[in-house]
Design a protein around this ligand. Sequence first.
Ligand code: ADP
Ligand code: ASP
Ligand code: MG
Length: 455
Amino acid sequence: MKFGGTSVANFEAITRAVFIVGGRLNQKPVVVVSALSKVTDLLYRMSDAAASQNREEASKLMDELRNRHVNLASELLEQSPALKDEAVAEINRICDKLESLVNAVCAVGELSDRNKAIIISNGELLSSTVICHTMNAKGIRTNFIDARQMMVTSNSYLKGEPVESEILKRVPEVISKAYEGMDAVITQGFIGSNLAGEQTVLGRGGSDYSASLIGMAIDAEKIEIWTDVDGVRSADPRKVENTKYLEKISFEEAAEMAHFGAKVLHPLTIEPAVKKNIPIYVLNSTNPSGKGTAILRSELIEDGVKSVSFKENIKVINIFSMKMINTSGFLRRVFEIFSENRVSVDLISTSEANISVTVDSSEKIDKTVAELSEFAEVLVDDDKSQVSVIGKNIVKLNGMLKRTFAPLKKCNVYMISQGASFVNISFVVDREELTEVVKDLHHHLFEQPEEMETF
Ligand code: ADP
Ligand code: ASP
Ligand code: MG
């Protein structure tokens, strides 16, 4: 059971989350928690402040962090003074250690990825401390597991890639030992360590991925992602009105949605679950009796459009070269450069003398562009957005392209890609057009069924 930031944001949310766990003790839950809402953002700001030697800002943020957790623990544990003292002492110990590191970084004004990973991992360490004590105070005998003992990753400190063989070995051992004599165990999402035991993190939003990796390693019956919406919807409800609730979707559909921008799940969450065919349920912690969305294997899911997803901020890299015409090996050379620089490409389209690719805005592409420029003309557009229509077998549905592009009469469409998986039709538009495009497209695909029939 994974609880995201908003599901553990404050007194009410944690009380609700603990109640939800309490209702599932017969299923032997492994609880995975994110940092309290906005805490990871605060820690990023703290690391920036330290790197730029802004002591005043760093210490203001430090006080905010400490006070929020101490006050919350005091409130939640008011009736259990011994647990309260223990939790507050542990919060202070974590914060003192963080403060020494932040002071040291401030002194030199330089922040390595390794130290940044240590700083930003504290949100989960603090939240899990508070919630573990609260569960015990409510009579749920809960053991605390430090995820760094078992979530082994590569050496990439800020975007560790799971070392599956170690995770498969360590997670079941650590969890079954911790479970002895207990009703539940709790651990942190997002954080891990490399083989040398140094702190790493899985990347932003990585707690979903942690939960799924743990689920895979222990052969869980199901993986529950508790968040702040009633399951997965046909589009981001923050951007689009009248989104449709999706009762069930396939692993492939969910993976495509997450990969192409739906923030409700970390893009890699599905992969471990698929390996063991473990269903994932996306549930609303503010409405625990709701059914949520079940993510299941494809055979159990109907064909049809499920979602309009988008990435607001992408980069389009256009590579031109006359050498591409009638020569073999050009594409290989181009993609070797992307691969060597570990830049992940989303969409690709080619013409006679041009290749266009899209990459996520978070990718660092300066070196890639410099290397490509040695043998081609390269232009980077960063005022574009990517829109994806997703659903099982949509590429095979009659008139689907017409239905997708008919509502976009007025805007320019730059790249079009029809996924080989039949699940995805994606295209690129100007960023300033995005909101309208997504709203119109969603309206057309989900709210005008009669009109759709006519295509
Ligand atoms: P958590 O803190 O629980 O991990 P996130 O903020 O990461 O929560 O993810 C939940 C949010 O994802 C929702 O509040 C919603 O705005 C957004 N979201 C984006 N696309 C979708 C979608 N297709 N269905 C549901 N929620 C979505
Ligand atoms: N706390 C981390 C983040 O905000 C991980 C997560 O919430 O999934 O990115
Ligand atoms: Mg999330």
